[in-house]
Design a binder for this molecule. Structure first.
Ligand SMILES: [Zn+2]
Ligand SMILES: [Zn+2]
Length: 758
């Protein structure tokens, strides 16, 4: 006879772990007990040696899909002669810190019940169990118990209650457990709030097929939905949403339908059908029947599979693909409360399919793509949050406020970095409120009382202003690009000095100019700026970001001076002499004209030179469309110069602009010029890294910043760096765009305040 105590930590509560242990114990004739304590799950098990070994091996091997085992400790003890196996009452602790599961896609068992006419939950849109369903979005407070979720207002019927109390049942302690008799229900309304009679699902399917636009209440907020193959409906949605060219996501019935429209690799398939169910950006087939207006000017499509029972019901009928875009008008946060949605979306949606299970935390869909066979997360939100990023070492409790665009914040505790869901662009009161409420919620959920706050150096960011308004707490300002690089270092678990290549649109520099084409020597505490793109004026500030033609003119003047007006290229016809002169005067008189070394602005300039985009409707549009048209087969490049005489080194791109203009004059296609331009930028990155390596003896290169959302560029850079013997680190878990910088801010804040100097 043998006996062992087993302590398991990680995500092991509220996900069916105890019934799993109970059943596994029965299988192997184990006696003893299991309970949840403040650290995780604790088991006392006794049996013959062979059975006990099988039981212990079976726990990590067969654990429920949502479990994330962080530690697994076994201690052998003297047997004491247990006779049964039981689930004991949880130990109540003062401060019960446990990890909380993200919201999870409907599991296979619930799905088969949903589709079985014999089951009493047949076609019930809120079916769930301990293996699936809402979590993060319905939790109001901890511990995670039904009365502290938005399910509190529903009293379980005797059948549901029995499942909930039965340790052998899949719904044992499934907090959102419900059925048609006792749980939430759907309601279909027209835009005036009048209930539409009939079965809400049947009516919705009927109206969607006729081309109407719906606001659908989902897991983390409202979606705006319509038939993805109905040209008229999609165009109407686009015009009502004022979302000029920004691509919509599409939800497809199943993998077969996804393959109708897109190329799907093995890792993409895995990601699409994972429990996280993110949007995956796929390359689109030319003969796809998805309406053109879903993603104009794109050769990709953002696709996801159904992740709630309601989605399955809507896609099991005649419609195989629905547009599912976030329920907001262009720049606002996604709507998540019924009344709020009705008032904000009634000019966009014809009908509202709502329900009475409240969403406590809004949470947008996550967005990913696959890079070299691994997920590359561009927006980390539903399905991933609030699961923490594991840090290589423990840190103090820190609040990091993130950036301005695509904001996320981060709170740390020990080795856990809790990155928030996608908050959005912190440019209006509504988003700011969502940011502030989110921080308070995370502090409460994970018992975090920050000992310091870190923030971006940009004085105008609302996240910075929020950080500075917190009283009686040490504060650390972190340079934007340093935060990018340390964020990538932290998720890769590396320390020490590295070459950081941080390329993006905008980040406040130490000298008060706008940085964005930066090569830094960085560690987790400090950085040195070693090289950057040559600075150019940005006439009009943010106007120059919205209008890439301005940057094109600036770069032309840099390259051709007074000869610019005589250039016979199309841009000179689109920008008349008067416009040019106004711009020139702004630069000369330094009116609203900051200086920038941004790589994003160089991409903008080239996209305008190639007549791809003179004005953008969303961040990075010029660069994205430039990537779309790039010919990947070219080997030619444009010339550039790395000026090594001063420090930092300066990368002069005048030769690139001269080369692009030369090709334009010869009638070379935009696609070829874009391909050549991408190769040139990759080469420029490698040559700069080599120049740094020869002086600093650093061989590790960390790539971060929004520019690396460009997968064509990223793969060119990666291949050439590798061929030159560098060790390369990129993002995978955390976005390379500004959605990832809060992680770097938190780690730097900890190092500066709480670790001895290096
Ligand atoms: Zn389930
Ligand atoms: Zn019930």
């Amino acid at each position: 006879m043998k006996r062992a105590e087993i302590e398991i930590t990680g995500i092991v509560q509220g996900i069916g772990f105890r019934p799993f242990i109970y059943n596994l114990a029965k299988t192997h004739s184990i006696r003893g007990w299991v309970l949840n304590n403040e650290r995780g799950v604790f088991i006392d098990a006794e049996s013959e040696d062979g059975n006990l070994k099988k039981f212990i091996r079976g726990i990590p091997a067969l654990a429920p899909p949502l479990a994330r085992i962080e530690s697994f400790e076994v201690t052998h003890l003297e047997p004491i002669g247990y006779t049964t196996f039981e689930i004991r009452r949880s130990e109540e602790a003062q401060e019960k810190f446990v990890l909380i599961s993200p919201d999870v896609a409907t599991c296979d068992q619930c799905l088969s019940e949903l589709c079985s006419s014999q089951d009493f939950r047949y076609r019930y849109p809120f079916i769930n169990c301990t293996l699936c369903g809402p979590r993060f979005t319905i939790i109001k407070d901890i511990p995670y118990d039904r009365h502290k979720t938005t399910m509190a207002s529903f009293t379980m019927c005797p059948v549901c209650q029995k499942e909930y109390e039965d340790p052998t049942d899949r719904r044992f302690h499934a907090q959102p457990n419900a059925c048609p008799a006792c749980g939430p229900s759907l309601r279909l309304e027209d835009r005036n709030g009048k209930e539409v009679p009939g079965d809400p699902i049947e009516m919705t399917l009927d109206l969607l097929a006729k081309g109407f636009i719906f606001a659908l209440k989902g897991l983390g907020g409202f979606h705006l939905a319509c038939d993805a193959k109905h040209q008229g409906a999609v165009s109407t949605l686009r015009s009502r949403k004022f979302r000029e060219d920004k691509p919509f996501a599409v939800m497809c019935r199943d993998m077969e339908e996804v393959r109708e429209h897109c190329e799907v690799g093995r890792e993409e398939e895995r990601l699409l059908s994972s429990v996280e169910r993110p949007i995956v950006i796929l390359s689109r087939k030319e003969d796809s029947a998805i309406a053109h207006a879903v993603a104009p000017y794109q050769n990709t499509l953002g696709v996801m599979l159904p992740y709630t029972p309601l989605h399955h019901l809507l896609l099991n009928g005649p419609l195989k693909a629905l547009v599912m875009t976030s329920g907001n008008a262009s720049d606002e946060p996604i709507a998540y409360k019924n009344e709020e949605a009705k008032s904000r979306l009634h000019n966009i949606a014809d009908y509202f399919l709502v329900h009475n299970r409240d969403i406590h935390m809004r949470c947008d869909d996550s967005v990913t793509r696959v890079f070299e066979g691994r997920p590359y997360i561009l927006r980390r939100s539903r399905g991933y949050v609030p699961f923490p990023i594991k840090l290589p070492f423990p840190v103090e409790m820190i609040l990091a406020c993130g950036g301005e665009l695509k904001n996320s914040f981060c709170l740390t505790r020990g080795r856990y970095a809790f990155m928030s869901h996608h908050i959005g662009d912190l440019e209006n009161l509504e988003t700011l409120t969502s940011f502030e409420e989110g921080i308070e919620h995370f502090k409460k959920l994970f018992y975090i009382r920050p000992k310091a706050v870190s923030y971006d150096l940009h004085p105008d960011y609302l996240s910075t202003q929020h950080a500075l308004s917190i009283e009686d707490i040490p504060k650390v300002g972190v340079q934007h690009h340093h935060a990018h690089i340390v964020s990538a270092m932290a998720e890769n678990g590396i320390e020490g000095d590295v070459i950081g290549v941080a390329l993006d649109g905008t980040g406040f520099g130490l000298d008060g100019t706008i940085w964005g084409g930066e090569f830094i020597k960085a560690n987790l505490r400090n950085f040195d700026r070693l090289a950057h793109l040559k600075k150019v004026p940005m006439p009009g500030g943010s106007m120059a970001i919205k209008g890439p033609w301005r940057m094109a003119m600036v770069y032309l003047w840099e390259a051709f001076g007074d000869g610019t007006d005589a250039l016979r290229i199309d841009l000179m016809r689109r920008v008349d002499l008067q416009k040019r002169n106004i711009l020139k005067r702004m630069i000369e008189k330094e009116i609203n004209t900051p200086w920038t070394s941004s790589m994003g602005r160089l991409f903008d300039a080239v996209s305008s030179l190639l007549s791809v985009r003179d004005e953008v409707h969303y961040e990075g549009q010029g660069a994205i469309e430039l990537e779309m048209i790039a010919d990947h087969a070219l080997t030619e490049e444009y010339p550039f110069i790395i000026r090594k005489d001063g420090r930092p080194m300066v990368i002069d791109t005048t030769g690139i602009i001269r080369g692009v203009v030369g090709d334009l004059k010869q009638g070379i296609s935009s696609s070829k010029i874009s391909g050549k331009f991408h190769r040139t930028i990759a080469h420029l990155i490698i040559e700069t890294c080599k120049a740094i390596r020869s002086e600093e003896e650093l061989n590790r290169v960390v790539l971060s910043g929004g520019v690396f959302q460009n997968i064509f560029l990223l793969s060119l850079v990666r291949k050439s760096l590798e061929a030159s013997g560098f060790e390369i680190y990129t993002h995978h878990l955390v976005p390379t765009n500004d959605g990832g910088i809060s992680l770097g801010q938190a780690v730097i804040g900890h190092m500066r305040l709480f670790e001895g100097s290096d």
